[in-house]
Design a protein around this ligand. Sequence first.
Ligand code: MG
Length: 283
Amino acid sequence: MRFASYETKGRPGLALQAGTGWRGLAEGDAGFPGTLQTLIERGALADGAARLASAPEIDLDDVTLLPPLSHPEKIVCVGLNYRDHSAESGFAQPDFPTLFGRFNSSLIAHGVPILRPRLSDQLDYEGELVAIIGKTARNVTEAEALDHVAGYSIFNDASIRDYQFKAPQWTPGKNFDATGAFGPCFVTADALPPGCEGLTLTTRLNGQVVQQAPVGDMVFPVATLISILSSFLTLRPGDLIVTGTPSGVGLARKPPLWMKPGDVCEVEIDGIGLLSNPVHDEA
Ligand code: MG
């Protein structure tokens, strides 16, 4: 099942892909099943899909697409999770995941401009797989971990490199407004291979491939990440795990390749979709 979150006339809506088109309902419409967040919390994705299957057809171009989830309680990001990227970034490969947080104030939907801030021109792309938690997870084993995933989507962890490395903690450079592109859709885990192993992630800047790697190259795969995270915190339905980026980032190039106004950055994972965002200057 493939869902898209949207807004129409100030009301949140949820769409389900049906054949080549979409069917959707917004809050206030008869039969509206709730937002994706509420369906995940209630473990009711199949029920929501059943209701949307008989909803009116909608054109996603006629509504405002939102990130699949706009206000996750936690957005846990993983750094240095592909060996080639760790090497190109000048880091020894750590034997424990490098974890940092993003706040939901940085999230934007598919099609919404990634903003180059006034403070810096070092705006870099990072194409990533994102896992969305479906069931509360605390102290789960790797073998149990994937049972706690509701589904997957795509993320561009756009990073302001000079602010990322002003101090040992990366938080500022990973939290500028309008740098966390997320979407366009949410695909349920049952429609994808376990942990998305076997899928390929590709990032294009203005049509040129700048990153391409199998998701299976992750040092800490999704199940391992959930097991480790759940050993010290409680993962809740709707939490995001942004799983890290492969090699090819702009920072590692000579000269560096920064995103600039007028660019278009796409992140594609086969079987999940294509996340595309233009780049604008902050007003
Ligand atoms: Mg990243």
